[in-house]
Design a protein around this ligand. Structure first.
Ligand code: ADP
Length: 231
């Protein structure tokens, strides 16, 4: 296992917030899980939180289900509120990993205000992946509806076709992983999310680009860990 310390002490203040940034299918979720296991800090995924709400059929889930199924983004107000509630909890006190947030300029501005107001430094890890690799990854993606484990029929198939290795549950294709919806999600990324990277760069925030096109997750994680080392 790699050892990464979250007290990175980049210049004067320690880095507590890791922002994983990249298009759908860039492997943010996988890297976030590896980081949080290694660092013992919460993994805050807006996509997972929204899907949980839909599964539970609560008010939030009912309000966002149509937008999520079409591949469009949920409103800034909703996700800002969700994230602020989570990063304010005591368990996020020694740090957290954000996955899928911020995704618009308004979200990025809000997050930066929140972090600056508390003197918390962040590092943005940009997982850069080739467009065709992303299409292949997303169309081949299968997920266990019970434990959430992800597979890919091309690069990481389950041992038994169509069944989860861990609990045998029948694997499913996420509603938003059909090809037309994938193209909409990628278009939403280009339109609304990619400019967020420019915002972080222009604001002089720390952004580290990691090439995540072809390496297996463990090798990408090694590069991510290196990016977290003090400069
Ligand atoms: P991916 O990164 O593979 O698109 P996510 O699980 O991060 O998957 O997001 C799935 C969907 O959840 C998005 O297409 C969008 O509808 C919604 N969503 C997640 N995070 C945000 C966010 N920060 N702002 C707006 N909508 C979001």
């Amino acid at each position: 296992m790699f050892s990464v310390s979250l007290c990175l002490c980049v210049k004067e203040k320690p880095v507590k917030a890791i922002v994983l940034f990249g298009s759908p299918g860039s492997g943010k979720g996988t890297q976030a899980k590896m980081l949080t296991e290694c660092l013992g800090v919460p993994h805050i995924s807006t996509g997972d939180m929204l899907r949980d709400s839909i599964r539970h059929g609560d008010q939030l889930g009912t309000a966002v289900v149509a937008r999520m199924q079409s591949g469009a983004l949920v409103s800034d107000e909703v996700v800002n509120r969700l994230v602020e509630e989570r990063i304010s909890r005591p368990e996020a006190g020694s740090g957290f990993v954000l996955d899928g947030y911020p995704r618009t300029l308004a979200q990025a501005e809000r997050l930066c205000e929140w972090l600056d107001g508390r003197g918390i430094r962040e590092v943005v890890i940009h997982l850069a992946v080739d467009y065709n690799v992303i299409i292949a990854r997303l169309t081949g993606r299968r997920q266990c509806p019970r434990c959430g484990t992800l597979y890919n029929i091309g690069s990481h198939p389950p041992q038994v076709d169509g069944a989860c290795d861990l609990d045998g549950e029948k694997l499913v294709i996420r509603d938003d992983d059909s090809e037309s919806v994938i193209r909409e999600r990628l278009a939403a990324y280009e339109r609304q999310t990619h400019p967020v990277l420019q915002f972080f760069l222009k604001a002089g925030r720390r952004v580290v680009e990691v090439d995540a096109s072809y390496d297996p997750p463990s090798a990408v994680f090694q590069k991510v860990s290196q990016a977290l080392e003090p400069r």
